[in-house]
Design a protein around this ligand. Structure first.
Ligand code: PLP
Length: 495
């Protein structure tokens, strides 16, 4: 018996009983995660030293019982994350996720799907074409549009910009210039660097009072660049900035790009999902005029990581840009067969479509619409509560599920106010009740909440603000008594 078991292990195999038993453990872990998450700390603070001690070891020559390994995976690894699906995770952009998509991801991995060609994965390929077409319709793009599922917004931006480079510049970068606002996500600049553009070719224009790309300035700069012999080729607009949820004037920018013959790329990685609801659709007027669009279902469409989507107004351009057929793949070419590896950078590619398909089919678009509306409502509730309390200042009002604000300690310098707000964010994280991050807007350190988790309740918001206020008050008192070190330094400097 023991020899046959060892033999099967050496083929990396389990018996059906073993698989069932482990499967039960797996389901228990997942159900426990989904049902008890809100009672747990949003994040745990563990040191590198601690984890080194627990996890660093030589390569394991011999195996261990998988039930024990699953337990360790849970205790030492999965517990030590900031739970982006926690209802009080307000930092960065949350990943609220959903259980149905988790199941699809498990199956996708279990069946080891390679969605690179029709031959290897006709079913998943068809599903990918279907969900991309659903996203296309929801965004109001024409039938000629197409797209690809990628790892996230960064890859969606990179892929779209590679198409823009190919179509607009014929892949020749000399004197080419691209425009965006200073609120544009860092992945755009990174993607451009990967594509070979130098920082001098990226014009990051100062955003206006509402953190939007100022079209008048844009017009002047483009014309000046043209006059001096440069080749303006693309404008990157934001459909919901990560910082404040600001939406650039998409419709006007689309007009401008059409008139100036510029590629119009819209980074909707965060905000594009809002087109599903009425309010979002009106804010995002002009989204349907993009030449290319980045859309991240692993953010506001509640999918587990990773799934991003790039949409092209002219879907054929993806294949024009990326298609180079290696000899040994020629076999996979069939009439009407779509080989998605020809539409992007990856050859072997997991199927990201199944989770989006299964969850959209299971819950229906209406449920998603309602879930997205909750994100708007939670940010607005936050704003209403804060605006009734004098110690808080709203910096940018609730827009697209994001609000920024700051605590105003009494009679303090600019620097002290900045430090105080950073401290509040740090203290809240250490406390574990909620997680929000600070961001810098025009030199002010401010608190920011992104409230797109549909499982966030009004109580969660109320209690989070209570705690923030308590932390702020305590800091304020300690500052007055000189108990907070950095502030005493400042006081000494000023006296
Ligand atoms: C999150 C985000 C990105 C990057 O997307 P990833 O999925 O993290 O690669 C790009 N742009 C915006 C506006 C985002 O919010």
């Amino acid at each position: 018996m023991s020899t046959s078991k060892e033999q099967s292990r050496s083929a990396l195999q389990l018996s059906s009983e073993e698989m069932r038993a482990l499967g039960n453990d797996l389901v228990e872990l997942l159900v426990e995660h989904f049902t008890t998450l809100r009672d747990k700390p949003v994040a745990r603070n563990v040191s590198r030293f601690d984890l080194e001690e627990r996890l660093r070891e030589p390569p394991p020559l011999h195996g261990t019982n998988p039930h024990i390994m699953l337990r360790q995976l849970h205790d030492d690894i999965l517990r030590n994350v900031a739970h982006s699906d926690h209802p009080r995770f307000f930092a960065f952009v949350p990943g609220p996720s959903n259980f149905i998509s988790v199941i699809a991801d498990v199956l996708t991995s279990g069946f080891n799907i390679d969605a690179c060609t029709w031959l290897t994965a006709s079913g998943p390929t068809e599903v990918e074409l279907v969900v991309i077409d659903w996203l296309r319709q929801l965004c109001g793009l024409p039938v000629s549009s197409g797209g690809l599922l990628v790892s996230g917004g960064s890859m969606a931006n990179l892929t779209a910009l590679a198409v823009a480079r190919h179509v607009m510049l014929k892949d020749c970068l000399t004197d080419a210039v691209i425009y965006c606002s200073d609120q544009t996500h860092s992945s755009v600049e990174r993607g451009l660097r990967v594509l070979g553009f130098s920082p001098a070719q990226i014009r990051k224009l100062p955003s206006d009072a509402d953190f939007r790309l100022p079209i008048d300035v844009l017009r002047e700069v483009v014309i000046a660049d043209r006059t001096s012999g440069k080749r303006p080729f693309c404008v990157v607009a934001n459909a919901g900035t990560t910082n404040t949820g600001a939406v650039d004037p998409l419709d006007m920018l689309a007009d401008f790009c059409a008139a100036q013959q510029l590629w119009f790329h819209v980074d909707g990685a965060y905000g594009a999902a809002a087109v599903l609801c009425e309010r979002g659709r009106s804010i995002l007027t002009g989204l349907d005029r993009a030449d290319s669009l980045a859309f991240d279902p692993h953010k506001w469409l509640f999918q587990p990581f990773e799934i991003g989507c790039v949409l092209l107004r002219d879907g054929a351009l993806l294949r024009d840009t990326f298609y180079h057929m290696p000899e040994y793949l020629k076999d996979s070419e069939r009439d009407e067969a779509v080989n998605l590896s020809e539409y992007g950078i990856q050859l072997t590619r997991g199927s990201r479509a199944l989770k989006l398909w299964l969850s959209l089919k299971t819950f229906g678009i209406e449920a998603f619409r309602e879930a997205i509306e909750r994100g708007f409502a939670s940010a607005e509730l936050t704003e209403r509560i804060l605006s009734t309390r004098p110690q808080w200042e709203i910096i940018t009002p609730a827009q697209m599920g994001i609000i920024t604000f700051r605590y105003l300690p009494k009679r303090r310098s600019v620097r002290e106010v900045n430090e105080c707000n950073q401290h509040i964010a740090d203290e809240m994280l250490a406390d574990g009740f909620a997680f929000l991050t600070a961001t810098t807007l025009r030199g002010q350190r401010v608190l920011r909440m992104c409230t797109i988790n549909p499982r966030t309740t009004a109580d969660d918001i109320h209690m989070t603000i209570e705690r923030l206020a308590r932390i702020g008050n305590e800091l304020d008192c300690n500052m007055s008594e000189g108990l907070v070190k950095p502030y005493r330094e400042v006081v000494v400097l000023r006296s």
